[in-house]
Design a binder for this molecule. Structure first.
Ligand code: MEV
Length: 306
């Protein structure tokens, strides 16, 4: 078994973050940035983090494997950490897939996803389950958590190619995803009507994205991205610094939104950017010492590597 390797993609949320925690829908896509987790012999143990250790042990427990087998793990990843691209979901899903294989069970995505969701709870408290679902199944997913025990999703085959999208990182947020989810929860509890109104607007955006991807309506991607960003700003999950950066990018005719939990005091994680001509932003991005990451969307979910 040492040498066994699994991989899972990072994700972006086209629309629906935060609202999805409250049962509103979200539209997700997997990306071409992936994480690999390899099973190694404990003697070669090198890197670890407390969450990775937790995920590894919890996955073993869930599949009823005793780790007296002297196993450890090695992670290699191109997914930016703590920036809204699903690095923790990807880790949870990889550990779950690894344990399923060691337990000699058939490769089963639903089972991998369920265990990964339980692992994610440690990281986020009350996750929607959308992140682990997109990372497990890959492609494009329309997701809705109806109840703790009923999470529904559909895989979507886009009729329209989404191009001219790229990512830059506005900086790793100080706050964790769990903290940002709690931050929104406090606002919701203080003023449910106001926050519900924002969630309804986000839902309209998500449906707009869905119809665009399905080729049912010819909506402008740039308008949907910008509208979605304004609602997220109203929720308070975009920091002042990030809003300034977004403002500058918008002056250069880009449409920009955060993707994921965001961050309110410093960086807000990755920014999803649409521009008719992404090349024209290169100098600006360079002058701000930011990296332009081009990603393709809709890549395969978790898999066992040969
Ligand atoms: C984080 O990627 C997305 C959030 O909606 C949290 C969740 O869905 O669990 C902010």
């Amino acid at each position: 078994m040492p040498g066994l390797k699994v991989s899972a993609p990072g994700k972006i949320i086209l629309s629906g973050e935060h609202a999805v925690v409250y049962g509103y829908p979200g539209l997700y896509a997997s990306t071409s940035l992936r994480m690999n987790v390899k099973l190694i012999n404990k003697n070669n143990k090198s890197d670890f983090s407390s969450f990775a250790d937790y995920a590894f042990n919890k996955a073993f427990q869930s599949f009823k494997i005793k780790n007296d087998l002297n196993y450890f793990y090695k992670i290699e990843s191109r997914i930016p950490i703590g920036s809204g691209m699903g690095s923790s979901a990807s880790l949870a899903v990889c550990m779950s897939a690894l344990a399923q294989k060691i337990a000699k069970r058939e490769f089963n995505l639903d089972e991998i996803n369920k265990v990964a969701y339980e692992i994610e709870k440690k990281q986020h408290g009350k996750p929607s389950g959308g992140d682990n679902t997109i990372v497990t199944f890959g492609g494009f997913v329309w997701y809705r958590k109806e109840a703790e025990n009923l999470k529904v999703f559909s895989k979507i085959t886009p009729k329209k190619r989404i191009s001219n999208l790229f990512i830059i990182n506005s900086g790793i947020p100080k706050e964790t995803t769990g903290e940002m989810v709690n931050f929104v929860r406090e606002k919701y509890e203080k003023n449910p009507e106001k926050i519900k109104k924002i969630f309804n607007q986000i839902e309209s955006c998500s449906k707009g994205f869905l119809k665009l991807v399905l080729g049912e309506e010819n909506l402008a991607l740039k308008d949907l991205i910008s509208a979605n960003e304004r609602y997220l700003e109203e929720l308070g999950v975009v920091s002042k610094e990030t809003k300034e950066l977004i403002g500058l990018l918008e002056k250069k005719k880009a449409s920009v939104k955060i993707s994921g939990a965001g961050g309110s005091s410093h960086g807000s994680g990755i920014l999803l950017i649409y521009h008719k001509n992404p090349e024209s932003l290169k100098n600006f991005v360079k002058s701000r010492k930011l990296d332009m990451i081009s990603v393709s969307l809709g890549k395969k979910g978790v898999k066992i590597e040969k």
